[in-house]
Design a protein around this ligand. Structure first.
Ligand code: PGA
Length: 252
């Protein structure tokens, strides 16, 4: 059985003071929800403050990106060693990083390998753009992102990776995929790609999330799908009530 997983991607939102206020509001309620792995991914500047508020809770902390080198002359970058001081999780290959900051399947692959080396759990994002969707390239694009992003890793690590299927046309648009469509992509494209890369058991053991305009109102539609193991939540993770309701829906 795959444990449900819900992560909040705060993106470039919340000062330290705002982050503290949001965590103080949601943590007590999140703590009471059992049977779901819960993760908050604030911006780098708020990680330290949030980490101290999460001590003694079962709420995990994640970074939104990282570089693959451990240290050195890489101005502006944050290393896996630094992330590991505070976090257990790291989002890698989010579509906004691919679209605006030059992230490629090759850089995703180096970052996932660095996550393994530093014992971090990567949340690897894949998903097709609107034009790829409209021209029927979803299967080809998503399979390539999984294959290229995760190649060369051992199967033992494969089952610890969390994959987020986030169709780019659904992110921040209020136009979520249907549960059925997302389930079909996971079943027909993502798990077969994992089986080919690793083995069928690993493909079944790996958690695959849906992301893209998930709200408290539509979360259950995704969580009732057999192939979807949780959600990567953007906008709705910035509202305590919404995020708590989504995590509750994942608990069933
Ligand atoms: P959204 O973002 O929930 O605001 O659509 C999801 C994501 O980008 O992870």
């Amino acid at each position: 059985m795959r444990t449900p997983f819900v992560a909040g991607n705060w993106k470039m939102n919340k000062t330290i003071a705002e982050a503290r206020a949001l965590v103080s509001e949601m943590a007590p309620e999140l703590q009471e929800i059992r049977g779901v792995e819960k993760v908050l991914c604030p911006p780098f500047t708020a990680l330290f403050a949030v980490s101290s508020l999460l001590i003694g809770t079962d709420i995990g902390l994640g970074a939104q990106d990282m570089y693959w080198e451990e240290k050195g002359a890489f101005t502006g970058q944050v290393s896996p060693l630094m992330v590991r001081e505070l976090c257990r999780y790291v989002i890698i290959g989010h579509s906004e990083r691919r679209a605006y900051f030059g992230e490629t399947d090759a850089s995703v692959n180096r970052k996932v390998a660095a996550a393994q080396a530093f014992d971090l759990i990567p949340i690897v994002c894949v998903g097709e753009t609107l034009s790829e969707y409209e021209s029927g390239q979803t299967a080809e694009v998503v399979a390539r992102q999984v294959r290229e992003g995760l190649k060369g890793l051992p199967a033992e690590f494969g089952s610890r990776i969390v994959i987020a299927y986030e169709p780019v046309w659904a992110i921040g648009t209020g136009k979520a995929s249907s549960g059925e469509n997302a389930n079909a992509v996971v079943r027909d494209i993502i798990r077969p790609a994992l089986a080919e890369l690793f083995d069928p058991q690993t493909a079944q053991a790996t958690r695959v999330l849906y992301g893209g305009s998930v709200t408290a109102a539509n979360a259950a539609e995704f969580f009732q799908q057999p192939e979807i193991d949780g959600a990567l939540v953007g906008g709705a993770s910035l509202k305590a009530g919404e995020f708590v309701a989504i995590v509750k829906a994942a608990a069933g």
